[in-house]
Structure formats: C-alpha cells, structure tokens
Design a protein around this ligand. Structure first.
Ligand code: PLP
Length: 427
C-alpha cells in the first residue's frame, strides 16, 4: 500500500522544486535586439530582421510562403480573407475553441457553426464536422490545441470533397507534425501566434506577433494584400494581375509585426528544437509511469502526429466512475496536497455559451454590419454540444517540463499512484 496521503498528514510525495529550471538565453536576446536598435530598423517588414525571421521560420517549417503579422489573430483574420470568406458564409470551428481564433471571420460577417470535440483527443471531431457541412460552409477552422495536431487526413479529405478551405489555428503548434510533415506545410493555410515569452508562451514567443504559412501562392498573395500596407517589395512580389493594380497601401490594414518582437522571436526559434526534445523526454517518462492507472488518462496525440505541448502543457482526462465516484475537485485537492501543481478545468473555453450566442445584445452590431445586420448570429444554448460540455469538469492540466528538478518526474508519478491507490479515503 502507498504511504499515507499528505492531505491527512502524511509526507508529501513531491519534495523537490516544481518550477521549470530551463532558462531562456536573455543575453542573446539583448544582443539581437540591440543590433536592431543600432540598425534603426524599428518599423517595416520584407527586409532586415523581419525578413530574417520569415526566412528562418520558412526553413524550419519547410513551406513555400511565410508572412509575419502583428498577432496570431490578425494572421488568422488575413487567412480567412485569403480563403474568400464573406458575409453570410459559414465556417466550422470547435465548440471548445477560442474567440481569437475566428474573430476575423466573425467581423467579416461570417457565421460560426460550432462542432463537437473528440473526447479522446479534445480536438475538432471530423465525424461531427462532416455532419455540419451545408452548401454555405466555406472554411474549416481546426485548432491544434496545446500543440496536438487535429486529424488532418480526415479534415483535408472533407475539405477536398466539399471544395472548402482549411484555415488551421496553429497558435500552439510550431513544430508539431502530421505524418512527419510540419504543421504549416501540409494543409491550405496555417496561422501561428508569437504571444508571450519563452518558456511558457507560445512555442515560439516574441511578446506579440503572428505568422501565416502556406504553400499556395494565391492564398499567400491574398493574405499579403489584406494586411501588409507598405510592405517592402510587396508590389513587385505580387503576380496576380488584379492585385498588381493596387497601390502600396494594398487593402489598408497594417498588421505587420514589430521588428523588436521578431528579434526576440528569432532567439526563441533557435531554442525550439532543444526545448521540444527535452519536453518530450520528460513527458514520456511521466506518462510511462502513470499510464494504465485507473481514473486518470494522459491525453495522447493521434498515432500519425507529433505534438508540441510547450504551450499549455500536458492534459489528463479524469474518469470519476473508475475511482468510486470521487469528485474531480477532491482528486485535485489530494494531488495538490502532495505537491503536484495540477490544474482543474483545464479544457478550453466553451465558445457556444458566450453572451454573443446566448443573449440578446441590442445595438451591439451596427445596423449596416454585413453579418448580424442581415442575418443574426446563430443562437446556442446549454446542451447543444453534450460531448464538449461533458468534458468541462473532466480535464486536468500540468505544465510539463523542459528541465525539471532532479527526481521531480518520479515524485509526481508517485503522487498520482498514491492518490489513486488510496482514493477511497477521500470519499
Ligand atoms: C494565442 C492564440 C491565438 C491568437 O494569438 P494572438 O497572438 O494572441 O492573437 C489564436 N488561437 C489560440 C488557440 C491561441 O491560444
């Protein structure tokens, strides 16, 4: 029998520090930032550090075209425009999703049609996507949550069958792979975020920033004209005879990234392969020690996928029925008493239950707005997505580690074993 539970006065299973010990190369960041300041390049894209970042990221992903933007959500908005989305069109995005993922589509007047998640992977469920396609569906918007790739074979096949475009939210998925191909080099168009600071921020972090990646020349040119007012060399670069007639302001948005942010992003990109490998090693060590325990199951990638869980960390699905009905809050309390920094309610946001779709909000959208003015947003209610809603109480999160303290992973695994073995005492 495992030792007594810390919750009842036993010794804590975790005695070493639980903080991430890997530190980002701050000195290197300062050097690159200072170089950019010395050059005086503080605004612009298409040359200098901005071009260097795009070139390096393109090499890393292996795709043909890369465009940096101010944020991940502006990258996504540009991709929705590139896909030809407009007022009254429908797009499918997961009910466990993120407003920032599809805000660009919403503001164009397109209608979010939510779909269920797969309760094993917590990602957009391709079977449910298929059921929700209508003649007005124009875009699929899968989110590779916590770096776990969605089922791209299924989604791309559905898209091909219905002649629709897949705009991937790869905000968490820099370096994630499907069938050995990096996300960003496989579908139609994928968008990354550079939000936060390494480690803990998006897998490549630059404070704020975003990236559009595609292999499709037309999608690239459309994203470019949408949001890159006065990009160096843009007009010479455009090949579409219609777009070439625009002037340097293109379509007027200026959603370029800040060069100082990209300087920091360059250093983050450099350390990504190292961080990824160490993180995976530690993840496998932990999962290997707790796999098969009743009641708590690590969320795995699809067998075709390599996940990059550097943002948001590891996920676990809890099954109270396997532990005599022990409520998840009590399970989490016992683990935290052992010193495990576990988070409950670690599932993403239930998008369909936002005020936007559940309440009357008179006057919110102007009377001439191309979407809501002519066609109100779809209305949703509790119970519309039973599978996604049913997961709300059942997902735990743990940050995962690039460099854990010596012995930490073993101690965390021991804590899980202890709480599971002695769960009846918690009832
Ligand atoms: C961070 C994030 C975005 C957008 O990124 P920003 O750079 O913050 O605009 C989009 N989707 C998801 C799931 C995210 O976590």
């Amino acid at each position: 029998m495992a030792k007594p539970l810390a919750l009842f006065g036993g010794d804590r299973a975790v005695t070493v520090p639980t903080a991430e010990l890997w530190q980002r190369p701050v000195q290197k960041e300062k050097e690159v930032v200072c170089r950019v300041i010395d050059e005086g390049f503080l605004s612009g894209t298409g040359h200098s550090v901005a071009k260097e970042f795009e070139d390096r990221f393109r090499d890393f992903i292996g795709c043909r075209y890369v465009l940096t933007t101010s944020h991940g959500h502006t990258a996504l908005a540009s991709a929705f425009f590139a896909a030809g989305l407009g007022a009254g069109d429908e797009f499918i995005t997961p009910a466990v999703g993120y407003l920032g993922s599809y805000a660009g589509a919403l503001h164009m007047g397109a209608r979010p049609m939510f779909c269920e998640i797969d309760p094993q992977t917590l990602l957009m469920d391709p079977d449910d996507v298929e059921r929700r396609i209508t003649p007005r569906t124009r875009v699929l918007n899968p989110i590779h949550f916590w770096g776990h790739p969605c089922h791209m074979d299924r989604l791309l096949a559905i898209a091909q069958k219905h002649r629709i475009i897949v705009v991937e939210d790869a905000a968490h998925a820099h370096g994630s792979e499907w069938n050995g191909v990096k996300i960003g080099n496989l579908g139609h168009i994928a968008c990354f975020s550079l939000q936060g600071i390494t480690p803990g921020g998006k897998p490549i972090a630059a404070g704020e920033g975003g990236i559009v990646a595609t292999n499709d020349r037309e999608l690239y040119e459309r994203a470019l004209i949408y949001c890159h007012l006065h990009r160096a060399g843009a007009l010479e670069e455009l090949t579409n005879p219609v777009y070439r007639q625009l002037d340097g302001e293109l379509l007027g948005w200026k959603w370029r990234a800040h060069p100082l942010a990209l300087a920091i992003g360059l250093v983050s990109l450099e350390t990504l392969p190292y961080r990824l490998e160490r993180f995976e090693e530690n993840r496998e060590r932990l999962f290997g020690k707790i796999e098969g325990l009743p009641g708590i199951r690590p969320v795995r990638n699809y067998p075709q996928a390599r996940g990059v869980e550097l943002y948001g960390g590891l996920r676990f699905i809890y099954d109270p029925d396997a532990l005599s009905g022990l409520p998840p809050a009590r399970f989490a309390e016992a683990l935290r008493a052992e010193g495990v920094p576990i988070r409950w309610h670690a599932l993403g946001h239930l998008e369909h239950l936002r005020a936007l779709y559940t309440r009357d909000l008179p006057g919110l959208w102007g009377p001439g707005h191309p979407g809501p003015a002519n066609q109100p947003l779809p209305r949703y209610k509790q119970g519309d997505f039973p599978i996604s809603e049913g997961m709300r109480e059942r997902v735990f999160g743990l940050s995962g580690w690039i460099q854990p303290a010596e012995g930490l992973i073993d101690q965390i695994a021991e804590a899980f074993h202890k709480v599971v073995e002695r769960h009846r005492e918690l009832l």
